[in-house]
Design a protein around this ligand. Structure first.
Ligand code: ZN
Ligand code: ZN
Length: 361
């Protein structure tokens, strides 16, 4: 009993250390994080961004830390990387490759786009503490094809990994970075270039035929102690001759999926998060459960869906295999009505078939 208490105190201490060490390690930038200065909107009060569908908080971070019952994870999977992806795919084609965590390579209409790329050992403000990867990235960095654009869903360390972004711009000097409002000053302060920031539903062309649109999500942002809500979180819709592809980033359940479908029609592909959802009393406002992700794929009218945000970093209390097991359970419950989901291996790529003109129900 006593040792359990000590272990828990140490774990809380570890988290506090992680946060404060971040402040020191980043030259105190968490105390003076650049804040977005812009007009007030229905999701920005002049100081902070907020969700359109606010959810009641049912307990504190400290309560979670003190009561944690984390599921089992393997410390390290010594696995070989996947085969190098093709350099490009043609107009009208779509290929998806799952790399790790929320990092997915989307190849379509002659373009290559990476989502929330992370190749670092840890997702943390500092290199020596914080969640550590349990497997190598599914595609070796050297095997990445030329990257045209990177879409960043929000500024959490597991999604906006500055070290990986720097490596990408060293290798591909022209690569463009896209993020929600309020992230450009931070990224440029880290030496990154070609940054475009977007408000929800704002769009920007990636090529004469391809449009990128920022799509509202239910989440939050912070990199330090005092900058919660200082920059916007978002998902994305990529539209072109191949159809429409949806990338959610981190999000809790909400009406945003139905809204995206109302605006853009059914998706050919949806990439949706299924991990870091336990305990649900604490996580559900900001992270969907696998069951909610299935509902999201239905609301999006997605012909094919690919899960992400699991199996790479232990961030919450779901065990390593739980998200995929729970996803399979939610799909089995629907029987013949179940939408089509592909659980890709780490580093596995697949061509997404063309969708016939008739949208799925
Ligand atoms: Zn997040
Ligand atoms: Zn995340």
């Amino acid at each position: 009993m006593h040792s359990r208490l000590v272990r828990r105190s140490l774990s809380v201490l570890g988290v506090l250390l992680l946060v404060t060490a971040g402040g020191v390690g980043m030259g105190g930038c968490i105390f003076s994080a650049p804040r977005w200065k812009g007009p007030v909107s229905d999701h920005f009060d002049g100081e902070r961004f907020f969700n359109l569908e606010p959810r009641e908080e049912r307990g504190s971070f400290l309560k979670w830390q003190l009561e944690r019952k984390p599921g089992a994870w393997t410390q390290w999977h010594d696995v070989a990387p996947g085969a190098p992806p093709p350099q490009r795919v043609g107009r009208g084609e779509l290929r998806v490759t799952f790399i790790n965590h929320a990092t997915v390579l989307l190849q379509f209409d002659g373009l290559n786009v990476l989502t929330d790329p992370i190749y670092s050992e840890r997702c943390s403000p500092v290199s020596f503490v914080g969640p550590k990867r349990v497997r190598p990235p599914g595609i070796r960095f050297e095997d990445l094809p030329p990257i045209d654009g990177v879409v960043l869903s929000h500024n959490h360390y597991d999604h906006m990994d500055v070290a990986t972004l720097r490596r990408l711009q060293e290798r591909f000097p022209e690569v463009r970075l896209f993020a929600g409002l309020g992230n450009r000053a931070f990224l440029e302060g880290e030496g990154l270039r070609h940054v475009t920031e977007l408000d929800w539903w704002q769009e920007v062309p990636l090529s004469p035929e391809v449009m990128l649109t920022s799509a509202r999500t239910q989440h939050f942002s912070n990199r330090g102690l005092f900058d919660r809500g200082g920059a916007l979180w978002t998902g994305y819709v990529l539209r072109g001759p191949h159809g429409a592809t949806y990338f959610a980033g981190d999000t809790g359940w909400g009406r945003q999926f139905a809204e995206a479908r109302e605006r853009f029609g059914p998706m050919r592909l949806a990439v949706l998060p299924i991990g870091a959802y336990k305990p649900e009393w604490f996580m559900s406002p900001v992270h969907m459960s696998p069951g909610e992700a299935v509902r999201a794929s239905e609301d999006l009218g997605a012909r094919y869906s690919v899960p992400m945000h699991y199996g790479t970093f232990q961030l919450a209390d779901d065990g390593e295999d739980e998200p995929v097991e729970e996803l399979r359970r939610a799909l089995a419950e629907r029987g013949a009505q179940a939408p089509e989901w592909w659980v890709l291996g780490f580093g596995e790529g697949r061509d997404v078939p063309r969708v016939s003109s008739a949208p799925p129900p």
